[in-house]
Design a binder for this molecule. Structure first.
Ligand code: 26Q
Length: 745
């Protein structure tokens, strides 16, 4: 059972047809009816119930679970509004609600018969039974109803269809009754609206918005409904033989967002089913496993004790008892150092008491995993260092993967057909078989066909760019792509500043043999993230300045594709020549866009961060361009406060001149003063520190591009050597090492 607050599914029509092998049949059938497959496909709304990487990973995992015949369900929330839609008005991001269900959802199967009533608020009555045992009762609760909506997930080339079970919230009768008894009809209806608010909207922040009550209600709502659903099925099959529970049930927590499931399972076992505490704790731990997706301090979830005591008073008691036993166990094992004990406590103490959800997930799980080798190592050394002392084997690595069905066969039908021609259809059953392409990297005829496919994809993308942003680009130019959420640590700023530097260099030496470049950006900024929005505006100001410059002409363009989505990503990955993976080393847990682009043959320019490290290991150091500070070097600089010591090279100095001159923003000449200040002052994301290395790496990429006998074999080798990054491999690793579950078919 996969527990996730987010599933970024995209469109399902094409995907389901590929899975069932009916894509071509459907296309022919539609044609015979005078209908065009693509326009039917495009009439589907994108199911955008996620923010970015974490939500898309959940979607790829659902695909692989079904494809590999694992008996699995995904649980989450059936948000009425998915991630906001993005529009640019005068270069500024404007958000609009994504009312994706407006015309109904053709995939949903509603299961009202499996609805669950979820209690909230109230208080705990401290009752003792006649033998003196503590039998607490959670009373005076309000409740909301969870109604499951099932989305079928068809496996590729198998009869397995798994379910994505998403809960919609509804008001319950007694919610209304309470208000009626207080004498208010209108209040009753308002309470009803509160019940329906819970599943109304996805939180659009991809770093923790700490302390928002509705967010915690969402988390508890879906977790409690899902555990009750799992128990319903378990009891039907095995009765109340709870000791068997961890052998039949494995729950994977997608980040800490569903961590309240740990005290909830304890409450169900101990309070509702009379299981003794120690047995219940053993069952709980053997049931859960937790995946961490970030080490950024501001993104580590914690909930104020005061909020928990109001919303989930019994859970808070249980958390305190878990913590008391956990700390005593540590002391008994010889960990007596007071700093260590404070560091492993579930409760963060100084100031307002808060429950650290990462800590709770860690101690309530039998396995805790990171999402790339580097990230897992950093987990052991930083956020979970103290806990790793008391549980040294719990942290393991499971490097992310991507669904090749979606990110290869569906996103790049031209390349899929070429590979089917060369390697036969069986290659699609085994991503590792892509390796057989390796010798073809030296085959001139094959390379020419591979290149022709890329060219076709670039022509198609050029049409989209013309239609969506009104910019005409040269399909023979290098398509240089950075597509992901806008975040300072992902350093879109570094890329934009390099664009300014390149523009200045081209104007200074227009006769130089510059290769054509199209810098393609896409991605959303959280509505409240001002700096990210300023970076979007800068990209637009740069585009406005350079796109019409007759000196640089077709040789340099910048386009920012609005409203990034799974669909837009699918149109871009097969048309990319260059993949920008340039986060400050140590800050990107894994990345998965890096895998999508390299699989489709883009050459990566990147830092040694996240899974890009492993991509280098697989494609070979000659087929990737690595630059910049390493994670260790970044950490050392932070510690020694290198601030002010950055040597600002001539290129960056020129860029700063341009920013300060107001040339890019004549309507507001000081607009970028805050960006310049942070570059020159503390440079928290090492943009200035890495600039000259990045500039040099980009020029090395220019040299490679001019040498097509080097570029294209290298591109083919990227495709040939990316098989390991299939989510099928990742899911097999979870199943073997964490869930210990065999396939069913
Ligand atoms: C939490 C609390 C309140 C509101 C929002 C959130 C929240 C929502 C989404 C916090 C984090 C996220 C998403 C995080 C995410 O997408 N992380 C990415 O996960 C990918 C899959 O493992 C990695 O490849 C990326 O490196 C990582 O950034």
């Amino acid at each position: 059972y996969y527990f996730s607050l987010e599933y970024l599914m995209g469109r399902l029509f094409g995907n389901n047809l590929i899975a069932t092998g009916l894509r071509d049949t459907a296309s022919a059938a539609l044609a015979s009816l005078g209908q065009d497959f693509d326009s039917i496909r495009e009439s589907e709304v994108d199911m955008g119930l996620g923010n970015g990487g974490l939500g898309r990973l959940a979607a790829c995992f659902m695909d692989s679970l079904a494809t590999l015949d694992y008996p699995a369900l995904g649980y989450g929330i059936y948000y009425e509004f998915g991630l906001f839609k993005q529009e640019f008005v005068n270069g500024h991001q404007v958000e609009h609600p994504d009312n994706w269900m407006k015309f109904g959802d053709p995939w949903e199967v509603v299961r009202p018969e499996y609805a669950q009533e979820i209690p909230l608020y109230g208080r705990v009555e401290n009752v003792f039974d006649d033998r003196g045992n503590y039998r607490p009762r959670w009373v005076d609760t309000k409740s909301i109803l969870g109604v499951p909506h099932d989305i079928p997930i068809a496996g590729y080339g198998t009869r397995t269809v798994n379910l994505l079970r998403l809960w919609a919230s509804k008001a319950t009768e007694d919610f209304d009754l309470a208000a009626f008894n207080r004498g208010g009809y209108v209040e009753a209806v308002r309470d009803k609206a509160v019940g329906e608010t819970v599943s109304k909207v996805l939180y659009p922040n991809d770093k923790t918005e700490n302390g928002k009550e509705l967010r915690l209600v969402q988390q508890y709502f879906f977790v409690a409904a899902s555990l009750a659903d799992i128990m319903r099925v378990f009891v039907r099959r095995h009765g109340t033989n709870w000791e068997l529970f961890p052998d039949r049930v494995a729950v994977q927590l997608n980040d800490t967002h569903p961590t309240i499931a740990i005290p909830e399972l304890m409450r169900l076992l101990v309070d509702e089913h009379g299981v003794d505490w120690n047995t219940a704790w053993d069952i709980t731990r053997r049931t859960f496993a937790y995946t961490n997706h970030t080490l950024l301090p501001e993104a580590l979830e914690s909930w104020p004790v005061a909020l928990l005591s109001r919303l989930l008073p019994r859970h808070l008691q249980i958390i305190y008892l878990i913590n008391w036993l956990h700390l005593h166990e540590a002391v008994a094992a010889g960990h007596t150092d007071a700093d260590l004990i404070a560091a492993i406590s579930l409760i963060h103490e100084p100031g307002e008491q808060r429950v650290r959800m990462g800590h709770l997930a860690f101690i309530g799980s039998h396995a805790v995993n990171g999402v790339s080798a580097l990230h897992t190592e950093l987990m052991r050394d930083t956020v979970f260092a103290a806990l790793a002392k008391v549980a040294p084997t719990r942290i393991i690595n499971k490097t992310n993967g991507i669904s090749f069905r979606r990110w290869f066969y569906e996103a790049n039908p031209g390349l899929t057909a070429l590979i089917r021609d060369e390697l036969g259809p069986r290659v699609f059953d085994d991503p590792a078989a892509l390796r057989r392409l390796e010798p073809l990297a030296q085959n001139k005829a094959f390379v020419a066909r591979y290149r022709a496919v890329r060219h076709e994809n670039k022509l198609a993308l050029a049409d989209i760019l013309r239609a969506s942003v009104g910019v005409t680009v040269d399909p023979d130019a290098m398509f240089d792509v950075q597509i992901k959420r806008i975040h300072e640590y992902k350093r879109q700023l570094l890329n934009i500043l390099e664009t300014i530097a390149l523009w200045r260099a081209m104007r200074a030496a227009p006769q130089h043999n510059w290769p054509g470049r199209v810098k393609i950006f896409a991605g959303k900024a959280a509505g409240s993230y001002e700096r990210a929005k300023l970076i979007i505006k800068l990209a637009h100001d740069v585009a406005k300045t350079i796109n019409d410059d007759p000196v640089t002409g077709d040789r340099l363009k910048l386009v920012f594709v609005p409203n990034y989505s799974v669909e837009i990503a699918s149109r871009i990955v097969g048309a990319a020549d260059v993949s920008e993976q340039i986060s400050t080393a140590g800050m990107e847990a894994s990345g998965t866009g890096n895998m999508k682009l390299a699989l489709n043959g883009a050459i990566t320019i990147g830092t040694l961060d996240g899974a890009t490290v492993e991509i280098r290991d697989h494609v070979g150091a000659d087929n990737i361009v690595i630059f910049g500070l390493t994670a260790d070097e970044v950490a050392a600089r932070r510690k020694d406060r290198f601030a002010g010591e950055n040597a600002v090279g001539p290129e960056l100095a020129g860029v700063i001149d341009t920013l300060e001159s107001g040339e890019l923003s004549p309507d507001d000449p000081k607009r970028y003063a805050p960006i310049v200040a942070s570059l020159l002052d503390h440079d928290p994301f090492m943009v200035a520190a890495d600039f000259s290395a990045y500039w040099a790496a980009q020029r090395a990429l220019d040299d490679r591009w001019r040498d097509s006998d080097r570029w294209w074999p290298s591109s083919v080798l990227n495709t040939a050597r990316m098989g390991w990054f299939s989510s099928d491999r990742a899911i097999r690793d979870y199943a073997d090492d964490i869930w210990r579950v065999p396939v069913t078919a």
